[in-house]
Design a protein around this ligand. Structure first.
Ligand code: AKG
Length: 235
């Protein structure tokens, strides 16, 4: 697929439009209020082969998004995860916090409000949330699909973004000619990944050389999130 290939997306009225990938590359800085000022809500169903992927832009209002960004940035006990790579221990290029379940922090009022709004839209009840804080354009997450929960099957993942717009890249695991998407996840957006997304696709938030302010991403999940990671306190 090249950037002129047309890609079917369905809006909230159920009408399918064919958009080029270059359209989907559109970037919006989070402090740019034009989209919000127009009051445009936008729903996109990406019709991915083998998996559901749906996006609600401006799912949260500008005021609510500003409020949640600031509250989460200032009041989350951010932690620096480190990973063993051969004989080296490397910090993840982002800060994280994990809420819910036996191993997570207790839910806060702000996280419960966000969770309830997401659940009301998609009809799925989540029980954990992983927060990622990308401090600037140097923070990122490399290609991966999310770990298999301990019950042995993948579930839907609800992903909410506040702050700077960053690209969310998606590629099929085995079909190299298959769909590749670059989705700008804007301030206040909600992306729903269907259960089979993790079986068939990988995702990635690349570093960016453009000046990027902070971004907080919340991935609401079902069941165990434990990973072989070591935690050290954020400095
Ligand atoms: O920041 C994002 O949009 C993606 C986060 C992610 O891939 C993850 O938490 O596994």
């Amino acid at each position: 697929m090249n950037k002129y290939t047309l890609f079917p997306v369905t809006d909230q009225t159920g009408i399918t439009n064919f958009l080029s990938i270059s359209y989907l590359y559109r970037m919006t800085l989070f402090d740019e209020t034009a989209l919000f000022d127009e009051g445009k809500k936008r729903f996109t169903d990406f019709h991915l082969p083998d998996a559901d992927l749906r996006l609600w832009e401006q799912f949260f209002s500008k005021d609510a998004s500003d409020h949640y960004y600031k509250t989460l940035k200032d009041h989350t006990p951010w932690q620096q995860r480190v990973r063993k790579m051969y004989d080296r221990v490397l910090p993840d290029p982002r800060l994280t916090a994990f809420y819910g379940g036996q191993k997570g922090l207790p839910w806060t009022p702000a996280l419960l409000e966000i969770k309830e709004k997401v659940e009301a839209e998609c009809g799925i009840v989540f029980d954990r949330v992983l927060l990622n804080y990308y401090r600037d354009g140097n923070d990122a997450v490399s290609w991966h699909s999310d770990t298999l929960p301990s019950d042995g099957r993948h579930h839907e993942i609800g992903s909410v973004s506040f702050g700077e717009t960053r690209l969310f890249k998606v590629r099929h695991k085995t079909d190299k000619q298959g769909a590749r998407l670059d989705i700008p996840l804007t301030h206040g957006s909600f992306l729903l990944m269907g259960a089979s997304m993790q079986d068939h696709y990988e995702h990635h938030v690349p570093k960016t050389t453009r000046e990027a302010a902070g971004r907080i991403n919340l991935t609401f999940r079902i069941a165990d999130l434990s990973k072989p990671v070591y935690l050290i306190k954020a400095g």
